[in-house]
Design a protein around this ligand. Structure first.
Ligand SMILES: Cc1ncc(COP(=O)(O)O)c(C=O)c1O
Length: 388
């Protein structure tokens, strides 16, 4: 009855069932929360007031998005010091932006390439558009390495796009200028489009400082994605964008075709677009709270890890998560289940993010400090007990 691409197994896995049972007992410490609207941040009142603009009652369908909102997005890049996109299209979410790009770039059965680890949503987003996501592992040795030669060797003939998350979720590594130049050259040579997801760009973790990519002279057709979901910690507002860079005439044609695709849905709501300038301005009130939280939780994790030499965390340069390496006596799934059963602490096993490396857990750095500390104590306590 259903299409093969909607043929998901919808039964919850054991980890999920254990977590739900612990939640019902009121005994769950959730170190996977990534919804910023549930993490105790204080949002400036101006954000809600901005939704009451009278023009929100008018319908003026604009397939690229309303000019006021697009100007605010350009202002964001100007302030950041990044390339200001001349070609810009608004969508309801970064996820929708991916869907549009798969529709633009790939026929059914074609493929996109993506370094792993990466967020599992991407494989599903590709799958529902009948696109295959091929993943290529990054290597880790005192930091993640993304090897252009490995990507080139792994890519099959059906690949049309290379997807990069900068910084990666959950690995937290930013693209370096040298790697960027190599990947641009590779994509241009193979005729691939580059898709760069920068939703976590503003969340570098000191001492790392994020560096903008050189986009103005991109030799490959390049799409940069971002949105309010992480920039202003407003996933519920549903506003994101695609900025198009790269050579002519491909970049202009890409925008024209994306405009047609967007016109089919017109998903970005008018009141939200009108409020976009206020939402983007209000990020200056929200981002510092989030950065303080991320840094405090990372420091707390490091303090607790000193007492558990069997566990270590991987280097992280930015983003909202961190990876923990545990002894290989158990698989990552078994560790996650053991920790949940012993301590009521929910984490994500690394394989959830397509990690080829054994026995890693991903933790969100977003929970409130007391909750995070309780979770980390429980987690590492369970690890110590398990190792005897
Ligand atoms: C790397 C990355 N990109 C995109 C998204 C989705 O963002 P949006 O809410 O704009 O769809 C997520 C969600 O967590 C993400 O982790």
């Amino acid at each position: 009855m259903f299409s093969r691409r909607a043929g998901w197994k919808l039964v919850p896995n054991r980890l999920h069932q254990l977590a739900e049972a612990a939640r019902r007992r009121g005994q769950l410490t959730d170190l996977t929360v990534s919804n910023p609207a549930r993490c105790g941040f204080v949002y400036p009142a101006a954000m809600l007031q901005a939704l009451a603009a009278p023009a929100g009652l008018l319908y003026d369908p604009q397939p690229l998005g309303l000019e006021a909102a697009r100007a605010a997005v350009r202002g964001y890049y100007r302030e950041r010091g990044g390339a200001v996109p001349a070609r810009l299209l608004l969508t309801a979410s970064t996820s929708e932006a991916y869907a549009h790009l798969f529709r633009l770039l790939c026929d059914a059965g074609e493929a996109a390439l993506m370094p792993a680890p990466s967020y599992p949503l991407f494989e599903m987003l590709a799958g529902v558009e009948a696109v295959e996501l091929q993943s290529v592992p990054m290597t880790y040795e005192h930091g993640w390495r993304l090897d252009a030669a490995a990507l080139a060797a792994a890519a099959g003939p059906r690949v049309k796009a290379l997807l990069l998350v900068n910084p990666n979720n959950p690995a937290g590594n930013y693209l370096r200028p040298a790697a960027w130049t190599e990947l641009q050259a590779l994509a241009a040579e193979r005729g691939w489009a580059l898709v760069v997801d920068e939703v976590f760009f503003d969340y570098a973790l000191p001492p790392y400082a994020a560096q903008d990519l050189d986009l103005d002279r991109a030799p490959a057709l390049t799409f940069v994605l971002n949105g309010l979901s992480k920039i202003a910690a407003l996933p519920q507002m549903k506003l994101a964008w695609i900025a198009v860079f790269g050579p002519e005439p491909a970049a202009e044609e890409a925008l024209a075709r994306l405009e047609v695709i967007n016109d089919l849905f017109l998903s970005a709501a008018t009141p939200v677009q009108l409020a976009a300038p206020a939402f983007l301005a209000a990020r200056h009130g929200v981002q510092p709270q989030i950065r303080t939280r991320l840094q405090a939780n990372l420091a707390a994790l490091d303090r607790t890890l000193k007492e558990v030499p069997a566990a270590a965390r991987l280097e992280v340069e930015g983003g909202w998560s961190v990876l923990l390496r545990l002894p290989r006596v158990h698989s990552d799934e078994a560790w996650a289940e053991t920790i949940l059963e012993r301590a009521g602490v929910l984490t994500h096993p690394g394989h959830f993010f397509g990690m080829a490396q054994e026995s890693h857990l991903a933790l969100s750095l977003l929970p409130e400090e007391a909750e995070f500390a309780r979770g980390v104590d429980g987690l590492l306590g369970a690890v110590k007990k398990e190792l005897g």
